[in-house]
Design a protein around this ligand. Structure first.
Ligand SMILES: Cc1ncc(COP(=O)(O)O)c(C=O)c1O
Length: 175
């Protein structure tokens, strides 16, 4: 049986990656951006059916940007699921905000919506929620999104591990 490793990169058997690296050097498109990044963003946006996609240097920086866009700042409370990679929570600290961790759901392994609802009782002014789709398993987005709407909190999806994951028949890879 072919193993799929959790975090080591998968390279194509055809060697496409080396070909593109060589092409980038040959055409001197090393910095700032070039046809490959533009093409990647276009294809990604089409794949996940969104108006636009932006490439960042890492998942952590994408989440950091999302928090800034959500207006999360010093002293704000941000709910984040507890079972995840540290990169889901680190950007909360970069914004000098306070992470409050929400435990997992038995079914999805991701944020438990009942516990999220409980947490809003304790911290009604929480500014944002970071839900993660861990190991390719989608979080219970219908319920989580409903709770966020009710409490006027910005919902950020950490989809670093969910390229190709579907929820309600829709692809789920937005950050
Ligand atoms: C769930 C999750 N969130 C965030 C990140 C952070 O991504 P990066 O290491 O690219 O900053 C990772 C990385 O593996 C991740 O698995």
């Amino acid at each position: 049986m072919k193993k799929i490793y959790l975090s080591s990169p998968h390279m194509s058997d055809e060697g496409f990656e080396m070909q593109y690296i060589k092409e980038a050097f040959d055409t001197n498109w090393i910095a700032p951006l070039g046809a490959n990044v533009d093409g990647f963003e276009k294809e990604m946006a089409a794949l996940i059916d969104v108006r636009a996609a932006a490439s960042l240097i890492s998942g952590t920086s994408a989440l950091h940007m999302a928090l800034k866009a959500a207006g999360v700042d010093k002293g704000d409370i941000v709910f984040c699921q507890s079972l995840t990679f540290s990169g889901s929570a680190n950007p909360i600290i970069y914004q000098n905000a306070t992470p409050v961790f929400i435990d997992s759901d038995y079914e999805t392994w991701n944020m438990n919506p009942d516990l999220l609802e409980e947490a809003f009782k304790k911290y009604p002014g929480a500014k944002a929620v970071i839900a993660v789709h861990l190991y390719g398993l989608a979080a219970d987005m219908d319920r989580i999104a409903g709770i966020c709407r009710k409490h006027n909190a910005v919902l950020i999806e950490d989809a670093a591990e969910s390229l190709g994951t579907k929820y309600s028949r829709k692809l789920r890879h937005k950050v």
